[in-house]
Design a binder for this molecule. Structure first.
Ligand SMILES: *Cc1c(COP(=O)(O)O)cnc(C)c1O
Length: 460
């Protein structure tokens, strides 16, 4: 029985001669189309042998499936999605979005030769690390600057350069694990240092640090707890006290800020957090932070502080292994330039813009979105809700937000949520009390039409 069926499967060469297949080859590639046909034919054969298939699919059906395969394989693995969750720095969705304003800077450096390591004024070899020094000095008051691949790299390089083979004193309340298994005690060990934990989970006093200092101590380290918050009966030691104690004992004071910010966001309803400049002003020797968290730039790790220490880091062989690409440098420099005018930064850096949106603007956005969807078969309501900054900043703090909720007569919220992940540009939504939620803090106005098209498609 199956032998007879197998003999009915059309030959690949015959399929390749079909007009539809020829045009598919024109649009995509011969290699891609051939491989799709071969894979589908193999699948048909296998199903016939397993007696799961009792009829050979028609040529029409074969062309349809092959077209689907070719189209889906043509998509890049890494691609755009739409974030309607309300979590601004969504680590799984790529954290910060770059500003449209910096497109030209990235293009001009990426598609042309550049002075990446060429000193034009002195007509000789230069360093890639000079390009960001002036702008970061201006914004933070730092003596010197070094930019590496990410903040994990920044912490590793700092510790490996300055306190390898030494003891590093850190509060028990700050031994964080960041998503993706970045653990402070492990990073200290990897750098060659020895972690010395002081205080308790909820309280660490200055005398805890004092008592831990020995002849082998190299640094006092503070770490931003980033993704959790200890509340209630708590005590942590200030940057001023840490830096003073370090200086008195000829130790290095280090603060891994994690997110790191150049503007005070407390006016937008978030708790006060010191800016990078304020931490440096408090006397801390070295501060490290991310480029793609609250700063709103590309992935990078930024090290700022005392020149003598940063000079040593530049000579460390690890720096070469952790070095940043020219596109990162171009994107970071252009993003940082927007900070020279704070209003400009708040309007044009998407992360900052989303944090700073007022309730009035969010409500207005929701109205536009609701009107845009009004001819679809949904019950639409506008409601107030809470959004998060995310990405290891402002743990347990929320921003007031405005959401648009959709209900469909036939499809459940979970059905629609799942189907929205299968469209051309997947849309990530949230479900609350059986309603599908689009948060106006992260969904952008220019994405409204894409969402509408997707909704039309998923309820069809
Ligand atoms: C996020 C974070 C890191 C890691 O930064 P990446 O840029 O993701 O490498 C390190 N330390 C703290 C405190 C953080 O919040």
């Amino acid at each position: 029985m199956s032998k007879q069926l197998l003999s009915q499967i059309p030959a690949i060469n015959k399929i390749l001669l079909l007009d539809e297949v020829k045009s598919l080859i024109q649009e995509y590639s011969e290699v891609g189309v051939k491989s799709a046909i071969k894979n589908y034919i193999d699948e048909i054969k296998q199903e016939i042998l397993n007696e799961e298939l009792h009829e050979v699919p028609s040529l029409e059906k074969i062309v349809e499936v092959v077209t689907q395969i070719v189209k889906s394989e043509d998509k890049n693995s890494l691609r755009r999605v739409i974030n309607a969750t309300g979590t601004i720095l969504h680590t799984n969705l790529g954290r910060s979005l770059l500003s449209q304003k910096i497109k030209e800077n990235i293009e001009s450096v990426a598609f042309n030769y550049s002075n990446l390591e060429f000193d034009i004024d002195n007509k000789k070899r230069g360093s890639r690390y000079v390009h960001l020094i002036d702008i970061i000095k201006k914004l933070t008051g730092a003596e010197d600057v070094l930019v590496v691949n990410n903040n994990a790299a920044a912490v590793l390089l700092t510790l490996n350069t300055l306190v390898k083979d030494k003891e590093i004193v850190v509060s028990r309340g700050e031994l964080v694990e960041i998503g993706g298994a970045f653990r402070i005690p492990e990073i200290i060990k990897l750098s060659g240092g020895t972690p010395v934990e002081v205080g308790t989970t909820n309280k660490t006093h200055l005398k805890d640090y004092e008592n831990a200092i020995t002849d082998n101590t190299g640094a006092l380290l503070k770490v931003h707890t980033s993704n959790y918050k200890i509340v209630g009966f708590t005590k942590e030691v200030s940057n001023e006290e840490i830096s003073y104690l370090a200086r008195e004992n000829e130790l290095v004071s280090i603060n891994d800020l994690g997110s790191g910010q150049f503007v005070d966001f407390s006016r937008f309803g978030l708790p006060y957090e010191p800016t990078v400049k304020e931490v440096l002003d408090s006397g801390i020797d070295i501060v490290t932070f991310s480029g793609d968290k609250l700063l709103g730039g590309p992935q990078a790790g930024i090290i700022v502080g005392k020149k003598e220490y940063i000079e040593q880091m530049k000579k460390n062989q690890l720096t070469r292994a952790l070095r940043v690409d020219k596109m990162t440098l171009a994107a970071l420099e252009a993003t940082l330039k927007l900070y020279l005018d704070e209003k400009e930064a708040l309007e044009h850096i998407p992360t900052l813009h989303m944090i700073s949106l007022s309730k009035e603007r969010l409500l207005a956005k929701a109205d536009v979105f609701k009107t845009r969807l009004s001819d679809l078969d949904f019950k639409i309501t506008i409601a107030e809700d809470k959004a998060e900054v995310g990405g290891g900043s402002y743990p347990a703090s929320y921003l007031d937000s405005v959401v648009v909720k959709l209900e469909h007569s036939r499809l459940s919220a979970t059905d629609i949520e799942r189907r929205l992940l299968e469209v051309e540009i997947p849309i990530i939504t949230r479900i609350k009390d059986n309603e599908l939620i689009f948060d106006m803090r992260t969904l952008r106005t220019r994405e409204f039409d894409l969402v509408k098209q997707a909704l039309i498609e998923v309820v069809k």
